[in-house]
Design a protein around this ligand. Sequence first.
Ligand code: NAD
Ligand code: TDX
Length: 341
Amino acid sequence: MTKTIIVTGGAGFIGSNFIFYMIDKHPDYRFICLDKLTYAGNLSTLTPIMDKPNFRFVKADICDRTAVFNLFEEEKPDVVVNFAAESHVDRSIENPGVFLETNIMGTAVMMDACRKYGIERYHQVSTDEVYGDLPIDKPELLFTEMTPIHTSSPYSASKASADLLVLAYHRTFGVPITISRCSNNYGPYQFPEKLIPLMIANALNDKSLPVYGEGLNVRDWLYVDDHCKAIDLIIHNGRVGEVYNIGGHNEMRNIDIVKLICGALGKPESLITYVTDRKGHDMRYAIDPTKIHNELGWLPETNFADGIKLTIDWYVNNRPWWQEIISGDYQYYYERMYGNR
Ligand code: NAD
Ligand code: TDX
């Protein structure tokens, strides 16, 4: 049966990949992308689908109650997938306010709209960072859905707050929700402030590669399409009220990723510069995806060797996409963040 799906934050990294994946997989569905187009949103990313009859782009802020309610009234969505967020930990350390506004208050507005107009499913895209971090020397420890919330940064605290609010709206008002908590994503269209695209862009420009601390922090990397497939499964078959962890058992140290990028691009490792560590830097993330595997049959399909090659090739072949970004306001961000580090 056909559905109308509102995707918030669909002009960003994962949201745009999700829309591409879904519009291909469910050509009979209607998709509405609601995005404020912050520094992280890029309308040009959506050019290939902009003229499709089953796609509509709406520039709006999820905190704007009137705009969100009007859109619900007009479109009567069956499903909402909320990707819209401030997503970069370093920016949340510099300026927490907008994280609280968008990630918490914006989610509250989305929940109120679902409550008022009714919804078949509201899906909240959350993160493994809500669980805090794990020690490096206990590799057997993984985040499960039962791991207590224990946040480190204003970003993760805001995402955890949103999760709690979503669960509260389910329990108190019966809003049919699901939540997914995914590990670090990588792939095409990721804003070059995040580790992998930043290192690729800098290496291609023969700029120094700023590794925080000693580069020993571990992240559990997942190719973005695998995340999109998991969300598709959850919104169709996931149990209402449930949280699903998403991750592919692919733990890597930051320094090893940066060296791999140097090798793949034929750049010298002497570009690597160790810089002052991130405040409150989480040591290790690692997801236990048993629940989503057992209940929904999800397994990651892209291994890291293939995924990182696809990603590096994409950045090599799509220079205008990221060069335009790094020639604008991004320069001021880069100077503030890395200038005296
Ligand atoms: P992103 O920063 O690339 O994109 C965020 C998008 O949201 C942008 O298009 C931006 O314009 C939009 N947006 C921001 N504030 C808005 C507002 N107030 N109203 C409407 N739109 C707004 O982020 P991403 O990396 O694609 O992450 C998407 C979601 O997935 C986030 O909720 C994030 O917390 C979560 N997540 C990300 C990762 C990751 O590795 N990137 C991992 C797990 C979870
Ligand atoms: O210049 C850098 N140097 C560096 O050493 C940058 C940008 C990052 N790092 C380190 C910090 C982290 O240990 O690399 C690791 C990854 O950093 P990010 O790409 O900023 O990601 P992270 O902080 O792990 O958060 C990401 O994963 C969870 C996303 O940005 C979040 O939105 C998601 O929720």
